[in-house]
Design a protein around this ligand. Sequence first.
Ligand SMILES: *[C@@H]1O[C@H](CO)[C@@H](O)[C@H](O)[C@H]1NC(C)=O
Ligand SMILES: *[C@@H]1O[C@H](CO)[C@@H](O)[C@H](O)[C@H]1NC(C)=O
Ligand SMILES: *[C@@H]1O[C@H](CO)[C@@H](O)[C@H](O)[C@H]1NC(C)=O
Ligand SMILES: *[C@@H]1O[C@H](CO)[C@@H](O)[C@H](O)[C@H]1NC(C)=O
Ligand SMILES: *[C@@H]1O[C@H](CO)[C@@H](O)[C@H](O)[C@H]1NC(C)=O
Ligand SMILES: *[C@@H]1O[C@H](CO)[C@@H](O)[C@H](O)[C@H]1NC(C)=O
Length: 424
Amino acid sequence: MKLYAFIFIFNCAHFSMPLDCFWNSCQYKKFSSKTPYNCIRDDIRDSVVKLDGCDVISIWTIIRHGKRSPGGNYSLYMKDAISLRNKVKSSYEKGTRFLCAQDVENLINWQVDSELFDKAHSLTREGYQEMFGIGKRLREAFIQLLDKVENGSYVIRSAYGHWVENGVIGFVEGLSNNKSMEIQHLAPQNDSLAVYYRCPKYMKEIRRHPKTYSEYDTYLENKEYLAAKKRIENRVGVELTNDNITGLYDLCRYAWSAIDNKPSPWCALFSMKDLEVMEYAGDLRHYYRNGFGNQLNVLMGEIVISDLYKKFIHAKDNRGVKIVAYFSHATMLDMVVSALGVFNDKMPLTGTFRNVNRKWRSSKVSAFAANLIAVLYRCGNVYKVGFYLNEELLTSMCDNGICSWQEFENKLIPFLNVTLEVCF
Ligand SMILES: *[C@@H]1O[C@H](CO)[C@@H](O)[C@H](O)[C@H]1NC(C)=O
Ligand SMILES: *[C@@H]1O[C@H](CO)[C@@H](O)[C@H](O)[C@H]1NC(C)=O
Ligand SMILES: *[C@@H]1O[C@H](CO)[C@@H](O)[C@H](O)[C@H]1NC(C)=O
Ligand SMILES: *[C@@H]1O[C@H](CO)[C@@H](O)[C@H](O)[C@H]1NC(C)=O
Ligand SMILES: *[C@@H]1O[C@H](CO)[C@@H](O)[C@H](O)[C@H]1NC(C)=O
Ligand SMILES: *[C@@H]1O[C@H](CO)[C@@H](O)[C@H](O)[C@H]1NC(C)=O
């Protein structure tokens, strides 16, 4: 890292103004809820804790779907923004030097991947591979338990939505070494893995209420955001609206091919600082819409995570299954993680101040394929539960990620009585 910085400063000494090149720098890879899984994941095969005298007897996991193509109006903003390439080129040719030559060249040479716009809101090839990889690594990390997952010894269940369901096929391929497994599909009326759709109070007072986005709106007027916007305008060479910035940012994060470790050249229009600013805007939206910003969000997470307790009680009594794998959306991951009480900041997030040390990070909790894995250990007649987020030990839980059965119970038993009653 230090060497890099040195070379970089040396190279840039020739310019009158120091230039941040993107192509040869340490890139910032945290893009809120559109972060490719490979940019932030660990590897459960390396991180799994082996406890002396203990066997893993059951696993419970909830996984966000993998990378999908943009939906709604977002692809329109992106298509518009693609035309801004010509502006970048012409202002570079006129002699403005806000971008490095190689970055301009990479941007001009970039080609639209047909997958990006052909089918809106659909799982991409990369998304499928993300799911396959999680299944495969789980199998390898827990081969003693998962070598043969007989029918009846697992539950694989998908929330409603083809972009979720299509990925489950990839997960099963990886987990079962390509044997067929039964997948349970939920419909909108029984979608217990997207409970919020069945909570009218949430849909009306949170998800669709402008108040939820007020801190985000405040941030868009914040000096720090406006300064980032100005810098992006300088690099493009024209004035931009917030929709234009959204289009450019989405090109930066969607065109990133993380499986092949290929950065998106569109990110060159953003400095590291700009990307941190964009990430925070995403954090604010997720925090109030799905996270600690509203107690109702936490409550819905409690309903879903209470299933973990029930499943592990069964496993403890030898009536359980080897693995429970649920597939859902970013909203549900945000809620479940909030229910566990991790990444909870003392001070609520606001649009007037970006705390660089905040715990809440949408780039972690709601990245593509983001996942929570709980592992039940039997150690003689004692039980322990390990928690992992994105295949990394969730050290903020209990004793460095490993809970005693008592701690596990203390946390989850109160959730057993939570219902959607408050929604009506
Ligand atoms: C797209 O934008 C149009 C016009 O602003 C709006 O009427 C429509 O509801 C938007 N659609 C979605 C899916 O957000
Ligand atoms: C910029 O955004 C505005 C709306 O906010 C839109 O009308 C315009 O087409 C966009 N321009 C580009 C080049 O994306
Ligand atoms: C699994 O089987 C399918 C269908 O037979 C095949 O297309 C796919 O390549 C196989 N995957 C692996 C990892 O072997
Ligand atoms: C297990 O279930 C799958 C999917 O329902 C089925 O295709 C397969 O034949 C079953 N295997 C056995 C051994 O019964
Ligand atoms: C959910 O509802 C659908 C449609 O009624 C049904 O086919 C499916 O079996 C149900 N799934 C579960 C897990 O109950
Ligand atoms: C849950 O509800 C049952 C029945 O109403 C009650 O006996 C129990 O004490 C409650 N448990 C918790 C943890 O609130």
